[in-house]
Write a protein that binds this ligand. Structure first.
Ligand code: SF4
Length: 79
């Protein structure tokens, strides 16, 4: 899977951290979303999709990895 987060849209609600704490974190400085390095490829697809669905700002995008078409490839960070 690939996960992108748009910090310009993030409002720091923290729903993503509640849904997938191994993948998402929040900055101690401004409360905006952070992706934990190397975490996306270890995450369950359902957790990533839940986080994206719960985000009130629509700041999280989850998609298949175009290189494999599966959910077990490296993730990307567009933060
Ligand atoms: S749920 Fe959305 S708005 Fe809230 S911290 Fe995560 S990315 Fe930001």
């Amino acid at each position: 899977m690939q996960v992108s987060v748009d910090k310009d849209r993030c409002c720091g609600a923290g729903q993503c951290v509640m849904a997938a704490p191994d993948v998402f974190d929040q900055s101690e400085d401004d409360g905006l979303v952070l992706l934990r390095p190397g975490a996306v490829e270890q995450a369950a697809r359902t957790d990533l999709e839940l986080a994206a669905g719960l985000c009130p700002a629509g700041a999280i995008t989850v998609r298949e990895d175009p290189r494999t078409g599966s959910g077990d490839a490296d993730g990307t960070v567009d933060a």
